[in-house]
Design a protein around this ligand. Structure first.
Ligand code: NAD
Ligand code: IPM
Ligand code: MN
Length: 358
């Protein structure tokens, strides 16, 4: 098979720890399936600020642009928290998404049966939960004009939320297409009772909905959605929403699966190129301890194989191996019912690659 290029930007905190396990999965895939991958690493995030003076060095962006896909760990940490905006690791993350045109962020939340006790919710509420949050990733309040100024009563700050019809339409069409391949239900989440951007969002959704008559559409206000996600999670199939709402709702959805350490993501643009990263952050509270859950990043590799490379056999193999290891009762601390029985990051990675089969 043709060699596929993967740019690897592992970042800060637990980023390098979980990416190391994901790379073992990539290597095991080569051995089992004969696919060939070439990896190239780039500095990114806080470590890039320290070494290059910027969170997203041009060199790193070039490595990503030359690649077929990007594997990302996580960025950020207390060391950089009081830096000005342009010297924050998170600004690098927004920059790379924008520079690579990755407007669509797919975040599946699937409840593994054997992990129902790991969630803080009742098992009967979680039964059958299998949803995808489709988050708009390069617009909205994250990318609007920001400023600080002196107002009449002292210092004030402004964040501007902007969406145009084209931005809404492309993400909503993608969500309809995804819903078509699943249970054919789409929940469009907004705050149309208050926000003008949400009213534009809802009008756009309603205008294109007739193109997808086979998909059942509901509009849900974001505050209600946050509540319904805990009340009736299994009734959701695909949720499509704007950037910040998607950020918040996907962390909430993570807890349906037992842990944020379980949630993978794919960030896509118009073509097959994609950036794959766990939904969680750099977890400074557990960084360096070797106890982070690598499954979110490993499942992100499965998404990469499926969505960018079309290597469905390898993706199936990874997902089955994860399920088998969890079914056998192996747990990292975040999903362990009995924390004294928890295993570490590398032990979990080793078990998963050992369970992968052709
Ligand atoms: P976080 O996701 O890093 O951590 C939240 C909690 O979940 C912590 O208690 C952490 O220990 C736990 N956790 C996260 N991932 C885990 C894993 N794989 N295994 C076990 N436990 C895990 O969110 P935060 O604490 O709000 O943010 C920390 C830093 O990460 C901040 O600098 C933030 O900006 C950054 N961040 C980065 C990304 C990213 O790179 N994509 C995403 C979110 C937050
Ligand atoms: C995420 C993160 C980022 C976001 C931050 C770190 C910029 O929370 O990927 O979910 O808000 O998009
Ligand atoms: Mn987030």
């Amino acid at each position: 098979a043709e060699t596929k290029k993967i740019a690897v930007i592992s970042g800060d905190g637990i980023g390098p720890e979980v990416v190391a396990e994901a790379l073992k999965v990539v290597k095991k895939t080569e051995e089992l399936f004969g696919y060939k991958f070439e990896t190239e690493e780039g500095l990114f995030g806080g470590i890039a600020i320290d070494q290059k003076g910027t969170p997203l060095p041009q060199e790193t962006l070039d490595i990503c642009k030359k690649a077929d896909a990007v594997l990302l760990g996580a960025v950020g940490g207390p060391k950089w928290d009081s830096n000005p905006g342009e010297l924050r690791p998170e600004t690098g993350l927004l920059g790379i998404r924008k520079a690579l045109g990755l407007f669509s962020n797919i975040r599946p939340a699937v409840v593994f049966d054997c992990l129902k006790e790991a969630s803080t919710l009742k098992p009967e509420v979680l039964e059958g939960t299998d949803l995808i949050v489709v988050r708009e990733l390069t617009g909205g309040i994250y990318f609007g004009e920001k400023l600080r100024r002196q107002g009449e009563s002292g210092e004030e700050a402004v964040d501007t939320c902007v969406y145009n019809v084209k931005e809404v339409e492309r993400i909503v069409r993608q969500a309809f297409e995804i819903a078509r391949t699943r249970r054919k239900k789409l929940a469009s989440v907004d705050k149309a009772n208050v926000l003008e951007t949400s009213r534009l969002w809802r009008e756009t959704v309603n205008r294109i909905a007739p193109d997808y008559p086979d998909v059942e559409l509901e509009h849900v206000l974001v505050d209600n959605c946050a509540m319904q996600l805990l009340r009736r999670p299994s009734s959701f199939d695909v949720i499509v929403t704007e950037n910040m709402f998607g950020d918040i709702l996907s962390d909430e959805a993570a807890m349906l699966t037992g842990s944020i350490g379980m949630l993978s993501s794919a960030s896509l643009g118009e073509g097959s190129f994609g950036l794959y990263e766990p939904v969680h952050g750099s977890a400074p509270d557990i960084a360096g301890k070797g106890i982070a859950n690598p499954i979110a990043t490993i499942l992100s590799v499965a998404l990469m194989f499926r969505l960018t490379f079309g290597y469905h056999d390898a993706a199936d193999s990874i997902e089955r191996a994860v399920k088998e290891v969890l079914d056998a009762g192996h747990r990292t601390g975040d999903i362990a019912v009995d924390p004294s029985q928890a295993i570490g990051t590398t032990a979990m990675g080793d078990l998963i690659i050992a369970a992968m089969k052709h």
